[in-house]
Write a protein that binds this ligand. Structure first.
Ligand code: G1P
Length: 304
């Protein structure tokens, strides 16, 4: 039971990251040296996917280019004997993995984007990955962790994470009945509730394994929060018919749709980068030393 098809909704406008996202997609923002969408794609492939379905919109052509073969660049690198760089370029899309691009002509929300994938997904269970939720899984990638749950229970699985209660208005929030460690069956799900209305502080993050039943339910879903067709609302209908599990993954999530989350991701991934982790750590340590020196001097001046 392997999930072969992964859907990447990439048509969003990225307004939280303007002006960087005025003409280029937020999914192409690099964390250290790879665009966010490449991390998402690698996560899907490492969990067994070999068909990648991108739901794109206007100004998103660079995503298509990124996963296309770059003949001229490859020929140039080969001619100059730059084999390491050539490998980096060729590894963007491993052999045997196919890409499908579907245009979402209107920005009607995440639910609508997922519905656009129906012709390519057909009647199979599939995954959805939101690339701006960058997840550093502790022992294995988040989707691979979810895949294990899926293999055991054979039902839809949604990634979840506890968030500060005052932040519930930024997420889909679930109420669950515990089933096992880190695992609960969803009893209710609501999109972006105010803290006073939130059923819990367990938030949905951007990884879903879904059964194709979701398509029928999405077709019947009316516009919800923010005037958009919400995936959350279709999942709310699905829990009336099928078991849907929420899984609290192991690892750290960076909200790379926000400037602060993106900066944190860059620092953390740079601190792990094989080429310059040591140098970068030394730089940060020196900078932190300077800041605390300044802070101490200011404190001392205040007490004089
Ligand atoms: C979407 C979903 C929301 C989920 C979030 C995770 O919201 O609608 O339920 O909690 O992704 O990142 P968005 O952040 O796209 O507004």
């Amino acid at each position: 039971m392997r999930i072969r098809k992964a859907v990447f909704p990439v048509a969003g406008l990225g307004t939280r990251f303007l002006p960087a996202t005025k003409a280029s997609p937020k999914e192409m923002l690099p964390v250290v040296d790879k665009p966010l969408i490449q991390y998402a794609v690698q996560e899907a492939i490492s969990a067994g996917a070999d068909e990648l379905i991108f739901i794109t919109g206007r100004s998103k052509n660079s995503i298509m280019d990124h996963f296309d073969k770059a003949y001229e660049l490859e020929a140039e690198l080969e001619a100059k004997g730059k084999t390491k760089l050539l490998e980096l370029v060729q590894d963007v899309l491993p052999r045997g993995v196919n890409c499908i691009f579907i245009r979402q002509s209107e920005a009607l929300g995440l639910g609508h984007a997922v519905l656009c994938a129906q012709p390519a997904v057909g009647d199979e269970d599939f995954s959805v990955i939101l690339a701006d939720d960058l997840i550093d899984g502790r022992l294995r990638p988040c989707l691979a962790q979810m895949q294990r749950v899926y293999q055991e229970f054979g039902t839809s699985v949604i990634a979840a994470q506890r968030v500060p209660h005052e932040q519930t208005g930024s997420y889909g929030i679930v109420e669950v009945e515990p089933v096992g460690p880190r695992l609960g069956e969803i009893r209710s799900i609501v999109e972006k509730p105010k803290p006073e209305d939130a059923p819990s502080d367990l938030a949905v993050v951007g990884r879903y394994i879904l059964t194709p039943r979701i398509f029928k339910l999405l077709q019947a879903t009316q516009r919800g929060a923010g005037g958009e067709i919400q995936l959350t609302d279709a999942i709310s209908a699905m829990i009336q018919e099928q078991t849907v599990l929420a899984y609290e993954f192991e690892g750290t999530r960076y909200d790379c749709g926000s400037k602060l989350g993106y900066l944190k991701a860059n620092v953390e991934y740079a601190l792990k980068h094989e080429e310059f982790a040591d140098e970068f750590r030394a730089y940060l340590t020196r900078r932190v030393g300077e800041w605390s020196h300044v802070a101490q001097t200011q404190q001392a001046a205040l007490h004089q």
